[in-house]
Design a protein. Structure first.
Length: 316
């Protein structure tokens, strides 16, 4: 994945968070306005004067009551199990997305090790073979590719099949093989990107569903019930799914970005390595591709020569 696609993803995520923040702010304003309208009574001058006369006695009573009541204790933040129960059924697919991120994250962490993608022993033994033979031996290089099976070896094998061909064909074969191997490594990064995109949407869906239910319940409460309290409780429950979705999505984006960057970095190193080998391969240009004239002869002609029989001349 290139930098442009990553930038587009970050812009989409920023827009999503911005719209969600605006939505949450609007809900909070509606709840605050409802609470203020319910708790603020109409102003009565006679009642206000009576309250001023009774203020000293009321202050003393309030002070005694405050001393008698226990101190307010800050409630503890709910545990993960409590939040999971409060989130509802949509918490199950969000948790499934988290398992998806963990499973494919561990798999890619093991599969994208350097010795699995670009084995140092392959590079070392190929350099030793070139130094020993005074140049690249395609047969020895093919044997090394079979011994150290990896994406780098597969790209090198595709280049060796074009030995003796023009430079443009060799570069095209190298590019096609590198793209094919990179796409194969990207395959198991895509589920992590999927989880990073789907998890916050599931959270938003759960929040919208919870908001609808909360406002429905609040609208149908009896007149003497504190509607603001019920609305606040409903909003708390509704926002749990959004919180859970973001908890899954943020690490997933970071993990996917790390793996994509690692794949690109390893293939840049493979490209540099193969470009340094191209002069060795270009020495065989205009020679038989297998570098073995025996393999270029027809099978029947080679069998006749091996038996010692005279080969009939071809009639013009």
């Amino acid at each position: 994945m290139n930098d442009d696609s990553m930038m587009r993803r970050l812009i989409i995520a920023a827009r999503f968070l911005a719209w969600h923040g605006v939505f949450a702010l609007a809900v909070w304003l509606v709840a605050a306005r409802t609470s203020l309208a319910q708790e603020t009574p109409a102003v009565d001058p006679e009642r206000l004067a009576a309250e001023k006369l009774a203020a000293p006695a009321a202050d003393e009573d309030e002070q005694q009551t405050a001393e008698a009541l226990p101190a307010f204790q800050q409630p503890e933040f709910p545990s993960l199990l409590e939040m999971f129960d409060a989130g509802g059924k949509l918490m199950y697919p969000i948790v499934a997305m988290s398992f998806l991120v963990v499973i494919f994250g561990v798999e890619r962490l093991l599969a994208l090790r350097r010795r699995r993608v670009f084995p140092p022993r392959l590079v070392k033994q190929l350099d030793e073979s070139i130094s020993k033979n005074g140049g690249l031996d395609p047969k020895a290089a093919q044997r090394l590719c079979q011994a150290f099976a990896s994406p780098a070896a597969n790209v090198l094998r595709a280049v060796l099949t074009k030995t003796g061909r023009p430079h443009s064909e060799i570069e095209l074969a190298m590019k096609d093989a590198a793209d094919r191997e990179a796409n194969r490594l990207f395959d198991n990064v895509r589920p992590i990107n999927l989880a990073a995109s789907v998890a916050p949407l599931l959270g938003l869906l759960g929040t919208v569903q919870g908001m609808i239910w909360s406002f429905f319940v609040t609208a149908n409460l009896p007149p003497n019930v504190n509607k603001a309290q019920h609305l606040a409780e409903g909003i708390y429950v509704a926002l749990v799914t959004t919180f859970a979705g973001l908890v899954v999505a943020i690490p997933a984006v970071m993990i996917a970005h790390y793996f994509e960057g690692r794949i690109q970095r390893l293939f840049r190193e493979i490209d540099d390595w193969l470009l340094n080998l191209l002069p060795q391969i270009e020495r065989f240009e205009a020679k038989p591709r297998t570098l073995d004239a025996e393999r270029e002869k027809p099978v029947v002609r080679r069998a006749v020569e091996t038996s010692g029989l005279a080969v009939p001349a071809r009639k013009e």
